[in-house]
Design a protein around this ligand. Structure first.
Ligand code: FAD
Length: 1052
């Protein structure tokens, strides 16, 4: 599809705004925004009795006559004595109609007459005068507001209001308001709610006394005696006809007028219509880009659709195409209006046009289908689905439509065209749209069918049978072409994700679809696939993302024009917000697709190139042993795919699914992380460093969309793969090394400490409520967390030393303590602190401690200062020194139970140490890579540094040390997977010693080879060195780990 045609399609813009492409025609906005024919008035207000429904006075007179009563006798009787007051109170809502009848029956001797009279009146007045209803529909079609302003009463537990409420913007009833006409207040209320000035409104009433205050306020008034006369008076004020209403139409706009005499002549010669019959024309509010008219001539009703006047781009407004496709489809049994004639002779109406039969039936604008039962709704959606299949089942060759569009690559072409269109109307940068523009071409469907596509298949483009769930006609073929049919299915499900108050297309989001009887989008898709006999569409999320992308591009065009055109700034702003919200919806589906793809990668590699590991003290390890250590239910056992007993030493040995992740991760690092590294580091040094960098948030959404998210959660902790990627420690270790190559990467993948450890303990030990409150937002990357154990006043490498107290008081615990090196606490997104303190200092030394979840907003938490490592503050998370002073926390926040803190701390550390160590290997490998690049080009003393023997030795030593360390860490991970964390204790301590020390040596050599530059902030080496050094202390100092190894060794 070429851009000119797309531009033209923008004119449709879901009927929001007409964007005329033809030069000399002014831009005009939709009818509900502005009406052109009757500039002076914006609202018409109706009395009820005698205006909208039969007059009480007339009905009474007839009744009196029929019952041989004197004219006027009834109301003279009612309004005499006490009943006068009672009638007043009835209209003010103080008495119900039934109570009023009781008062009259008691007071009057004549209740045998009055009572049946009142009953007859309420019955006979329950009828809306058709001519007035039609007038109201005509008024509303022109964009004017309407209101009913009535003195009424409560009757049978409801207010007496026998009119269609949907006909009115405002309804003012005396029995609800507690005031009645002719009190001027009630008129003022009506005007206020309509938001119009008195002089902009017309008021109709049959009672002169009620018209007076309206006139005094400045409203134009019409006294209604005879209905026809009143309508004529109203017509002359409004200057448009108030009869001949056809659903969805309005009077023809001046600049859209067509010469009726020539049209009449044409209809006579072509269709044999009688010239004696008057011809009336109305214009459909839909189809503004190709003006569409309703023609009535005698009993015959037709629809005329033409190109707009003025200069047009050749491919746009192709009414000939519409005529062609409708004619062909009808011959193939697809329900479309019968086309009657096409006229390409511009001398008749100025442009080409075609005629079709007018199809009468129900058009549903509201996808919730109000007024229908759940069963009827199911039938309507099923009928919609059925006709869509009929379109797609048409044999394009048999229909003679094989050249109706290009074959193949429809989605790719569409993405390209709409991107171009979006760029042409871009007003500002929408980051989500940029992401989606990048994402779509990378995720195009690999298999596309080619069928007729409607291009705008929506519920409100279908005419249903007046009673049956049957589609009589599919309208609006302007966007039809040959293309991928699933795009039509996705388009017809857009409403499922839009909010009910979405201004353009009412949505179904948050509606209870089951209760309504409306199929969900996936049920609708399944229904479609079953009917078409095709396999389920796996990449449905892609199609939804694409559909919302297309909508966003359309809305952006509307928005740009609203800025240039006549729409008010608030309307332009609204349109602007819509653009961003549909872009978000598109991205939401992109993210879903990322997860879907990731989860569908096969989990097993039949022949992994691995090396069988063996070590003298691991003979007990076996697959059986591994499974027995897990308390898995039967359902989850089949999910486990641990390569049992084999040490995978390089990424090539990983399963295809993990290899794919490895590949994706590596590409993400190259494409997104490394290029942004410098900027992210600079941000950490500037004055805004304590504010999270928005670029990081962007990286996070991109990583999420690729399924590169929460990869750290070990399969053992999450055996049903509910929260993470279901990777073993060994598999994740390989990925973690890749992430470690940049200090900024782990956060982008939601894999950074201390959140990872905290998420793991919440998953392992948290209650459902704790998971809901903290784990889910952490998994989504919406909040961050910290872990507060270390205290300045005690040697915290021995956790039993810590002094912070957690004291029970009623339903709460009171926390007091001085903590430091609380990583992440400075981050404004940090909402959770896992606090360790003593609940019972008298208990056994490993049962004194507890862990409790504390919201960072709790009163009593004070940040003393951020600490630094070699001057590096690591913002925005930092490492905080914190005071906890009488911090009150609900008892429910305790983790696992009082006295369990030590146990949790042990459980927290296993996988976390693998992560730290593999990241250190990542730092080291990157440092070596940078060093190699540097020494190859840097020349000293006449030759590149790489040729110096000492440098070569450094490179060799670094490589050896990295490989040694990696093997040890992988072995520890493998033991954790196949045996247990406890049995891997020695290896876990070994790696915590080996990895930081190895990294320090390797990085130090790289710094040395770089010269002074190595120490600067221009390269990541100095930062790597700082963090490697810190890791000789964080998570336990080397000496403590050495002691553990020695103790275990001596026990053997
Ligand atoms: C960058 C960084 C981030 C951190 N993040 C956190 C965090 O988020 N939360 C948190 O609670 N803590 C955190 N820490 C603190 C860290 O866990 C502690 O520093 C560590 O446990 C050591 O405790 P300490 O500093 O009190 O040293 P001490 O316990 O005072 O030990 C001092 C030194 O004594 C020696 N020593 C100790 N025990 C022995 C032994 N058995 N044999 C021989 N020598 C021994 C060692 O040389 C040791 O370095 C972080 C630390 C750093 C550097």
């Amino acid at each position: 599809m070429c851009v000119s045609r797309i531009s033209h399609i923008l004119a449709k813009a879901w009927n929001v705004v007409s964007l005329c492409r033809y030069a000399h025609v002014p831009v005009w906005v939709s009818s509900r925004w502005k009406h052109t024919n009757s500039q002076q008035y914006t609202a018409v207000i109706f009395d009820m009795g005698g205006v909208l429904i039969p007059s009480l006075a007339t009905l009474t007179a007839e009744w009196e006559l029929k019952n041989n009563l004197q004219p006027g006798w009834i109301w003279k009787t009612i309004l005499s004595g006490e009943s006068h007051v009672a009638w007043d109170r009835c209209m003010l809502g103080e008495l119900t109609f039934e109570e009023f009848v009781l008062v009259i029956s008691k007071e009057k001797q004549t209740s045998n007459i009055i009572k049946p009279y009142l009953e007859a009146m309420t019955r006979q007045m329950d009828y809306q005068i058709p001519a007035m209803r039609e007038a109201i529909q005509c008024i509303r079609a022109e964009g004017l507001k309407t209101a009913v302003l009535t003195n009424n009463f409560w009757f049978k537990h409801q207010s007496f209001l026998p009119v269609e409420k949907v006909d009115f913007d405002v309804v003012i009833e005396s029995c609800r308001e507690g005031i009645r006409k002719p009190n001027p207040e009630i008129y003022k209320r009506c005007l206020e709610r309509l938001k119009v000035q008195p002089t902009e409104s017309i008021y109709l009433d049959d009672f002169g006394q009620n018209l007076k205050p309206a006139a005094q306020l400045g409203m134009i008034t019409i006294k209604v005696g005879d209905i026809t006369t009143a309508i004529q008076k109203l017509e002359s004020l409004l200057r448009f006809p108030l009869h001949g209403y056809v659903h969805g139409t309005q009077t023809v706009h001046k600049h859209m007028d067509i010469p009726t005499d020539r049209l009449k002549e044409y209809l006579q010669t072509t269709l044999g219509l009688s010239s004696a019959e008057p011809l009336t024309l109305r214009q459909f509010s839909h189809g503004q880009s190709n003006p569409t008219y309703h023609i009535r001539s005698g009993d015959r009703q037709l629809v005329l659709r033409k190109k707009p006047p003025g200069k047009l781009l050749q491919s746009a407004h192709a009414v000939e195409r519409e005529y062609r496709v409708m004619k062909a489809l009808r011959s193939m049994g697809v329900p479309v209006p019968k086309v009657l004639a096409i006229c390409e002779d511009p001398s008749i109406l100025g442009t080409s046009f075609y005629l079709m039969e007018y199809c009468q039936g129900r058009i549903f604008k509201d996808p919730t289908l109000p007024g229908l039962s759940a069963h009827q709704r199911t039938e309507i959606y099923s009928a919609m689905n059925h006709v869509l299949c009929r379109i797609h089942q048409v044999d394009v060759h048999a229909a003679g439509l094989e050249d109706y569009g290009k074959h193949g690559n429809y989605i790719e072409r569409q993405v390209h065209t709409w991107t171009k269109q979006y760029r042409a109307s871009e007003t500002h940068n929408i980051p989500t749209m940029e992401q989606i523009i990048k994402w779509l071409p990378e995720n195009l469907p690999t298999h596309e069918k080619t069928t007729i596509v409607h291009g705008d298949f929506r519920l409100d483009n279908l005419v249903f049978h007046p009673d049956k769930p049957e589609v009589l006609a599919i309208l609006d073929w302007e966007l039809s072409t040959l293309g991928d049919p699933i795009s039509d299915v996705a388009l017809s499900c857009l409403a499922h994700y839009l909010p009910p108050d979405f201004p353009i297309l009412k949505g179904l989001n948050n509606c209870d679809l089951t209760e309504l009887g409306i199929p969900s989008d996936l049920e609708y898709l399944t229904m479609y696939c079953d009917k078409m006999g095709i396999n389920p569409v796996k990449n449905w999320n892609f199609y939804m993302a694409f559909s919302f992308f297309r909508v966003t591009a359309i809305l952006q065009g509307v928005y740009k024009r609203s800025l240039q055109g006549q729409a008010s700034s608030t309307k332009a702003e609204t349109a602007g917000k819509l653009v961003e919200s549909t872009a978000e919806l598109s991205w939401m589906f992109a993210i879903r697709e990322g997860f879907r793809k990731f989860k569908s990668i096969p989990t097993r590699n039949p022949n992994p190139p691995v090396r069988k590991y063996s070590t003298w003290n691991r003979q007990r390890s076996s697959a059986t042993n591994f499974l027995s250590t897990l308390s898995l239910n039967n359902h989850s056992k089949h999910l486990i795919s641990v390569p049992k007993g084999h040490l995978i030493i390089s990424s090539e040995g990983l399963s295809p699914r993990v290899q794919e992740l490895y590949h994706q991760l590596t590409m993400f690092m190259d494409k997104h992380i490394y290029p942004l590294e410098r900027e992210l580091t600079d941000h950490q040094r500037d004055e805004n460093r304590w504010t999270p960098n928005p670029k990081m948030e962007k990286l996070k959404t991109e990583a999420k969309a690729k399924g590169l998210w929460n990869l750290f959660l070990p399969l053992k902790t999450d055996p049903e793969i509910k929260y993470g990627a279901g990777l073993t420690n060994l598999e994740y270790a390989h990925l973690c090394e890749v992430m470690g190559r940049s200090l900024h990467a782990p956060e982008a993948f939601n894999c950074s400490a201390p959140d990872t450890g905290n998420m793991e303990i919440l998953l392992k030990y948290g209650t459902e409520a704790q998971k809901e409150q903290w784990l889910l937002p952490l998994l989504e990357g919406k909040i961050r967390s910290c872990f507060a154990m270390t205290e300045p006043q005690v040697a915290s490498s021995d956790a039993t030393n810590i002094e912070a107290s957690i004291v029970e008081e009623g339903d709460s615990y009171i926390l007091n303590g001085h903590k430091w090196w609380t990583s992440g606490a400075m981050d404004p997104r940090c909402k959770l602190c896992v606090f360790m303190g003593k609940t019972n200092p008298q208990a056994h030394r490993h049962r004194q401690q507890s862990m409790i979840l504390v919201s960072m907003d709790t009163p009593g938490i004070k940040v003393v200062r951020p600490l630094s490592v070699y001057g590096m503050e690591d913002p925005p998370g930092g490492h905080g020194e914190l005071l906890f002073e009488n911090v009150r926390v609900s008892k429910e926040n305790i983790l696992l139970g009082p006295g369990q803190g030590f146990e949790i701390a042990q459980g927290r550390l296993g996988p976390g140490r693998i992560h730290h160590c593999m990241r250190l290997i990542g730092y080291a490998d990157r440092a070596l890579q940078l060093m190699k690049e540097r020494v190859k080009t840097r020349v000293a003393f006449g030759r590149p540094l790489a040729e110096q023997g000492t440098i070569m030795a450094d490179i060799a030593n670094s490589r050896i040390e990295i490989e040694q360390a990696r093997l040890l860490v992988l072995k520890a991970a493998q033991l954790m997977d196949t045996v247990s964390d406890k049995e891997a204790a020695s290896e876990i301590s070994m790696i915590k010693l080996v990895a930081p020390n190895m990294a320090l040596h390797v990085i130090d050599r790289a710094i040395q080879a770089f010269g002074a530059a190595g120490l600067s902030g221009d390269y990541p080496l100095a930062q790597f060195f700082g963090w490697a050094r810190a890791l000789r202390l964080a998570d336990g100092p080397d000496e403590v780990h050495r002691a553990v190894i020695a103790k275990l060794e001596l026990k053997r």
